[in-house]
Design a protein around this ligand. Structure first.
Ligand SMILES: NC(=O)c1ccc[n+]([C@@H]2O[C@H](COP(=O)([O-])OP(=O)(O)OC[C@H]3O[C@@H](n4cnc5c(N)ncnc54)[C@H](OP(=O)(O)O)[C@@H]3O)[C@@H](O)[C@H]2O)c1
Length: 401
């Protein structure tokens, strides 16, 4: 009798140990109308148990690294503007190894990267040791990069590369006239400076912290560093820039447009500094300039986005091309310059909430299997931006950014 009870106890202990081995951790954030209700690291045994699994997912990824972007930190604070509904596992990107796949596109062990497609917004994201996603959302990890480096690049670098490609499609080529990067100290801005410099462009980095970060920008390859562009209402000014990359939603975007060369183009991605543009139409109609909006989420089969397969395929090819181009660039030195810290998964909230931190570039954090890349400038701006959102949002509106 006694030995039967002992072996039952042993079997139970083995089952518990087996489950503990298989279980994985994920951050789960819950909020209501912009107010954070809870956020905690939870243990799960199966990806199906996560709060918002994607019904069309076919691939399970063992996540090794993720990063912290502007949107991630908003979501981590319970902001509802970029999330369809809570509770949710945040993390708008990740890199890892395919654990299982029923799609022909991927096999167990493939190294993959994932940005966009609204993960961490419409479905569970990368702040989880496992995530389950649609096969077409994934791209092969660039060969020259480690998984960690691919997440130092992350959504910020992916977006910066997309901006550069859009501007090249609009005619941009290296030449004597400089390219201006607004909001250069942020994640996307830093990556834009590094990418353009590596491609042989003369880059001018514009940042509100030009003075303190001058050597940082020079290390990234900037030709010149200037402060925030002074606002000037004159509609047509000296034609200083061959192109502009607005990585900030800069309040002086209108001024930059008035300084663009004939038929020059400006790409813009965000609203961190301003949500509206004060600009004259004169440079558009007299100099033929262009303003190009860039959306790096490129959603494939995401409810609420274009349902046409041809568009999905074109966008997927664009996604693969962006990673190929990042692969070719050999950005290792710049990535080392931007990488500042690697931290455990559990410390994420502390890093999100440190007010007025002073640093530069992008930060990589890890916890055995999870790594977070982070832009310090965002940290410094987070509380202010959070307040702005609270003030602006009177109801549960849906804002895509
Ligand atoms: N469209 C897309 O697909 C896409 C993809 C990625 C990111 N985004 C958006 O792009 C923006 C930048 O992303 P990120 O990850 O690079 O964020 P980030 O690291 O926080 O950088 C934002 C930068 O904007 C500048 N900035 C912030 N507040 C400003 C203000 N009041 N006036 C002037 N400049 C200000 C700062 O640059 P300085 O200190 O150098 O002036 C800051 O470093 C965010 O709005 C983000 O949501 C969009």
């Amino acid at each position: 009798m006694l030995s039967l009870a002992r072996s039952a106890r042993q079997r139970h202990a083995q089952r518990v140990a087996y489950r503990a081995q298989r279980s994985f951790r994920a951050w789960v954030v819950d909020a209501d109308k912009g107010k954070l209700k809870s956020r905690e690291v939870k243990h799960f045994e199966h990806v199906r148990e996560l709060p918002q699994p994607d019904p069309d997912a076919t691939v399970t990824v063992d996540v090794k690294y993720s990063d912290l972007n502007y949107k991630d930190a908003m979501i981590f604070q319970g902001q509802h503007g970029v999330v369809r509904r809570f509770p949710l596992v945040p993390g708008i990107d990740c890199a890892g190894l395919v654990a299982s796949s029923t799609s022909e596109l991927w096999q167990r062990g493939d190294a993959v990267v994932l940005t966009g497609n609204k993960i961490g917004q419409h479905s569970d994201g990368g702040y989880s040791e496992q995530c389950r996603v649609q096969a077409e959302w994934l791209a092969p990890k660039p060969e020259s990069l480690t998984l960690e480096e691919s997440m130092i690049i992350g959504t910020a670098g992916f977006t910066a590369m997309q901006m550069v490609l859009e501007l090249q499609d609009a005619g941009l080529q290296p030449g004597p006239a400089p390219v201006l990067v607004l909001g250069a100290a942020g994640g996307a801005g830093s990556m834009a400076v590094a990418i353009l410099a590596q491609l042989g462009y003369k880059v001018v980095a514009s940042s509100r912290r030009a003075e303190s970060l001058s050597s940082y920008f020079q290390e990234l390859g900037a030709f010149d560093v200037i402060g925030a562009l002074e606002r000037n209402p004159k509609p047509l000014q000296d034609q200083r820039w061959s192109a502009v990359l607005d990585c900030a939603g800069s309040p002086s975007l209108g001024t930059a447009l008035a300084q663009l060369q004939y038929q020059g183009a400006c790409a813009c991605i965000g609203v961190a500094g301003a949500q509206h543009v004060e600009a004259s139409l004169y440079p558009f109609v007299l100099r033929g300039i262009r303003l190009i909006g860039v959306d790096a989420t490129l959603p494939w089969n995401v409810p609420g986005y274009p349902g046409d397969v041809a568009t999905w395929r074109r966008d997927r090819e664009k996604r693969l091309e962006i990673w190929r181009r990042l692969d070719e660039l050999k950005l290792h030195q710049a990535l080392r310059t931007m990488h500042e810290a690697t931290i455990p998964l559990e410390e994420l909230p502390q890093w999100c909430e440190m007010p007025g931190m002073k640093g530069t570039g992008i930060h990589v954090w890890y916890c055995n299997v999870l790594c977070v890349v982070y832009s310090m400038l965002f940290l410094a701006n987070a509380p202010r931006i959070y307040l702005e959102w609270l003030l602006q949002e009177t109801s549960a509106c849906w804002i895509e950014d």
